[in-house]
Design a protein around this ligand. Structure first.
Ligand code: SF4
Ligand code: SF4
Length: 184
């Protein structure tokens, strides 16, 4: 059977879908999964076995507990599609954090285009230059592409810009609340 069709079939069942969504937040033991999805343990165990059979999850025994985690990157990508319009509840378009390319330095190596996981860049083949096509997809505070650019053609605002946002909008408190939610 077609691999992608198999994956969609794996996620078509409500219990399996709930399990996989929960596992997006990290590895979990069976009792945590049972509690979260609100189904009887035999049902959850059966669906976990199916997900394992279908190559969606893997399990690992640690002491007396068995932990499950998503092993299929395609499934992760499919379900983890992020909405980049907000950052910590703030309108992303009001945050001036994105890469700026110095065209005189860019040699069109493509490292930034092929490494950014948020589709921030595109490539102008005619001019052999990278372009910042979706600036507000950039993760606030991330500077990874500037590390990869051997020409030092990519720059970002000073990190104090982000730190001031954290102070101004009380984001430390929000982070604590998020942490607590992740444990639920
Ligand atoms: S990594 Fe630097 S040199 Fe390479 S395409 Fe991007 S900006 Fe240009
Ligand atoms: S800083 Fe990170 S998220 Fe932003 S464009 Fe570069 S690699 Fe992508």
């Amino acid at each position: 059977m077609d691999k992608e069709l198999e994956l969609f079939r794996a996620l078509c069942d409500e219990t399996r879908f709930k399990i996989v969504k929960y596992l997006l937040t990290g590895r979990k033991c069976v009792c945590e999964i049972v509690e979260k999805v609100g189904r009887a343990q035999p049902t959850v165990s059966l669906q976990l076995s199916k997900l394992e059979e279908l190559g969606v999850v893997k399990s690992r025994r640690e002491g007396k507990k068995v932990y499950y985690f998503i092993s299929n990157q395609k499934v992760k990508g499919l379900l983890a599609k992020k909405d980049f319009s907000k950052w910590k509840g703030l309108d992303r378009r009001e945050i001036e954090w994105y890469p700026i390319i110095d065209e005189n330095k860019c040699i069109g190596c493509g490292m930034c285009v092929t490494s950014c996981g948020r589709n921030v860049f595109s490539f102008d083949s005619e001019r052999n230059k990278a372009i910042v096509a979706n600036p507000y997809n950039c993760m606030v505070g991330c500077t990874t592409c500037s590390v990869y650019c051997l020409q030092d053609a990519i720059s970002f605002p000073d990190k104090e810009y982000v730190r001031n946002l954290i102070r101004k909008h009380g984001l430390l408190g929000k982070a604590k609340t998020e942490l607590l939610k992740m444990k639920e």
